[in-house]
Each structure stands twice: as structure tokens, then as C-alpha cells.
Write a protein that binds this ligand. Structure first.
Ligand SMILES: [Zn+2]
Length: 272
């Protein structure tokens, strides 16, 4: 297990990377790690994640009571505590507002389409936890719905949350979510993603063991449009198809302006 000094230094490093990549502005975001069975190290309130020093961190117990540190712990501490309560395997929690992923969270669009093999293998789906007022107990409740089955999620109209078996693994999942969001956005601008088929998704899931990826829950590949995430599995939208790649828009009906006008005229005539 890493020493306390190493964990404090790692939090400073991850904070710098998040700030440098624009995942947080001003004093946004927070980071925590398990120090031992009963204690956490947590970033303090009102500090930019890009300008932290190791001695600024707070040490708390698993109920959020401060045990050491000159500053108060992050106002989002309850969200972190909820994750540690529900996931004994989680050693670190990272929360940030990466702009493209947060835009998906603002638009209410989950990152749950099977488009990138490595995302399917590592994260599965990235659902959206319901909107909750930051720093209230609503937020841990919203997170609690998905955290058992997901290592990463969007927070509606707020940001993103990732967890891992160590701090860097939690941080890299935040990078993966923002990368995934960027690619999804551009692919949609280019006419829509081609999705991996359901069979391909199940094949990728089978590779998790081979790569030593301890995903928290199995993938349930959905075939019926954008899914609502579930508590016990990762719902990934992947159509049933003999082809390995299927255009996302294939099951949409597309009409030209002329066809649409004719349809409306027809309908109006029948009303007369
Ligand atoms: Zn936040």
C-alpha cells in the first residue's frame, strides 16, 4: 500500500493534470483516496485543483468527520463517502466537470452507445445520475443508483464521477470519459456513429478477464434505442445484427421535405 506522503503527492499530481486539461475551472472538482480501512485523504474546500500542496489535504473518517488538516474537506464529501460505503473495492474517487462530457450531462444524453472497443471493455456504459443540488444529500442518493455497477457516470447538469482501484486508475477513467464524449460528439456531427453489434459487445466483454479488467458488473447489450442505466448491469446500446458495425441512424425513418409535405397533405385531405 502507498504511503500517506505518496498518496498526498499523487492527489496533487492528479489535480494538476485535471486543471491543465480543463476538466475543472476555478475551485471545481474534488479527489479522495482511502488511506487505510477507516480513513480517507480528501481535497480541501475552496482550492483550485491546479495549485494544491500535499499539506493542504484533509484526513477524515468514513463518516466524514475531520481527523486532521487545517482546512475543511470538500463540500462534495458526502458523494465520496457514499461510493466508499457501497464499493469496498474502490480505493479512489475523482469528480470533475470535463466540458464535453458535462455537455452530454447537460443535454441529458448518456454515453451508452457501443462505439469504441476499449471503452466497452473498460467502462461499459456511462449513465447519467439524476440531477441533484451539489453538496446536498440528494447528490449521494443520485449516485447511489448507479455506483454498484459503474466505475464512471455523468451527473446531470453538473459533471462526471469516476472511481478506481487506485487514484490513477480513477483519474484515467475521467480522461477516457472526456475522450469518449469528444469522439461521440464529432461522430454525431459527421452523420452519426456506426455501432458495434450486440455479438461484438459480448465478445469484448469476454476479453475483460484476459486483460485483467475488474469491471463492477456485466454488460446487458440493449437493442432498443438509448437506454436508461440500471443498478445491476451496464446497459450498452448495441443493435442485434449479423454485421459487426451498424449505422446508428439505420433504424430511423428519413423523409425528404417533398415526401413529408405529401404525407401531411394526404392526412389533411383525409380529415376534410
Ligand atoms: Zn462538481
Amino acid at each position: 500500500m502507498a504511503s500517506e506522503a505518496q498518496l498526498r503527492a499523487d492527489i496533487v499530481e492528479v489535480g494538476r493534470r485535471m486543471y491543465a486539461r480543463g476538466y475543472t475551472a476555478s475551485n471545481d472538482g474534488n479527489i479522495s483516496v482511502r488511506l487505510d480501512a477507516g480513513r480517507l485523504i480528501m481535497t480541501p474546500k475552496n482550492v483550485s485543483k491546479g495549485f494544491m500542496e500535499p499539506q493542504m489535504m484533509c484526513i477524515t473518517d468514513l463518516d466524514g468527520k475531520k481527523l486532521a488538516g487545517d482546512r475543511d474537506p470538500s463540500s462534495e464529501i458526502q458523494m465520496h463517502l457514499e461510493v466508499y460505503r457501497q464499493r469496498q473495492d474502490v480505493q479512489a474517487v475523482v469528480h470533475a466537470h470535463p466540458p464535453v462530457a458535462t455537455a452530454f450531462a447537460v443535454a441529458g444524453i448518456p454515453l451508452d452507445r457501443a462505439i469504441l472497443a476499449e471503452v466497452v471493455t473498460t467502462l461499459g456504459s456511462v449513465p447519467i445520475a439524476d440531477y441533484a443540488t451539489p453538496s446536498t444529500k440528494e447528490l449521494p442518493e443520485a449516485v447511489s443508483r448507479y455506483i454498484k455497477a459503474h466505475d464512471g457516470m455523468l451527473l446531470a447538469n453538473h459533471g462526471a464521477l469516476t472511481v478506481g482501484s487506485d487514484l490513477f486508475s480513477a483519474y484515467f477513467k475521467m480522461e477516457t470519459i472526456e475522450h469518449f464524449a469528444n469522439i461521440s460528439f464529432v461522430a454525431r456531427m459527421l452523420g452519426g456513429e456506426r455501432l458495434l453489434s450486440r455479438d461484438e459487445v459480448l465478445r469484448l466483454q469476454g476479453l475483460r478477464g484476459k486483460y485483467g479488467i475488474a469491471a463492477p458488473a456485466p454488460i446487458c447489450a440493449e437493442t432498443s434505442g438509448s437506454s436508461v442505466g440500471q443498478a445491476d448491469c451496464q446497459v450498452v446500446f448495441a443493435p442485434a445484427s449479423r454485421e459487426r458495425l451498424v449505422h446508428a441512424a439505420d433504424d430511423e425513418i428519413r423523409l425528404t421535405y417533398g415526401e413529408l409535405t405529401a404525407l401531411i397533405e394526404d392526412a389533411v385531405k383525409q380529415l376534410k
